[in-house]
Design a protein around this ligand. Structure first.
Ligand code: SAM
Length: 267
């Protein structure tokens, strides 16, 4: 049973246990602010009431809404060029695996990263990119996955897209928005997946995993566990690309550092 006045603690603990997300005391106000939207939607006057519904009730929609509201989905096309340059210059230029390169955008949010990778593969391989590179985008947030599947974006997502790429790989979708062209869309598949819910449901390993701007959600224990799970899901010789601000080295995982924010599973 939930004790009165412990709404923040109960929701914090639930998010940590189920999603690995970390909301320490200094982020209490942020969590309360984000939960206010969920309270409004589900007609719950207090945080305590929300905590009861979350931890004792069985409403899946409410749980998904809490997860989505707690997440920071902010992302945009061609974010952090360092990892993308490595992908273009070192990974796409090497001999690709016989069955094609399997790429995983492991915290895909609205799909911007996955489509950026697909556009880069299309620039390199033209119409044959589809048979050479496939990209899976996963995220815990269902609204984010739905947006990725729709592939329609407003200007805040597109600021870093060069004009010629906007013309070549997007079509106007009205209201100042743009949609990814089918040629690029068909290279990408999106699924909901909680990175904390191991083991991951893949039958084939990935050759490249992008896991950027998500590790800081988790405490060190969960960061370690997720990095080890990503390792298991990667083919020997495969790559992990993180954000430059995320420190993997200290965690003593099996990933071998290659350069800043680039890691490799040994052959
Ligand atoms: C800031 S976005 C990062 C998007 C993209 N990778 C980038 O670098 O721009 C972080 C994403 O992680 C997702 N996320 C948070 N916890 C997760 C979990 N346990 N499993 C999978 N995705 C999660 C959020 O829903 C959010 O869309």
């Amino acid at each position: 049973m939930v004790a009165p006045g412990t709404g923040y603690e109960d929701i914090r603990d639930w998010l940590s246990e189920h999603c690995g997300m970390s909301f320490p005391e200094k982020k209490k106000e942020l969590l309360e602010h984000r939960m206010a939207k969920v309270q409004e939607r589900f007609g719950l006057a207090t945080l305590d009431e929300l905590a009861v519904e979350l931890t004792v009730g069985g409403d899946v929609d409410l749980k998904l809404a809490v997860i989505h509201a707690a997440s920071t989905n902010h992302t945009y096309f061609f974010r952090e060029t360092q990892g993308l340059d490595f992908y273009r210059d070192k990974i796409l230029t090497a001999q690709l695996p016989a069955g094609g390169l399997r790429v995983w955008s492991a915290a895909a949010s609205s799909g911007d990263e996955a489509y950026s990778l697909a556009i880069m593969a299309t620039q390199k391989f033209g119409p044959t990119a589809f048979s050479r590179v496939s990209i899976l985008g996963t995220d815990i947030s269902m609204p984010a996955i739905s947006q990725a599947e729709q592939a329609i974006y407003g200007t805040s997502h597109l600021e870093h897209v060069p004009e010629e790429l906007l013309e070549r790989y997007f079509t106007p979708a009205g209201m100042g928005q743009y949609r990814i062209v089918p040629e690029v869309r068909r290279m990408c598949t999106f699924r909901r997946l909680n990175l904390k819910a191991a083991p991951y449901p893949f039958t084939k390993g990935f050759h490249v995993v992008f896991c950027r701007n998500i590790l800081y959600y988790f405490d060190r224990k969960h960061q370690y566990q997720i990095l080890e799970q990503l390792y298991e899901a990667t083919e020997p010789g495969g790559w992990l690309l993180t954000s430059v601000t995320e420190v993997v080295r200290d965690l003593r995982t099996r990933w071998q550092p290659v350069s800043n924010a680039v890691y490799r599973r040994p052959l």
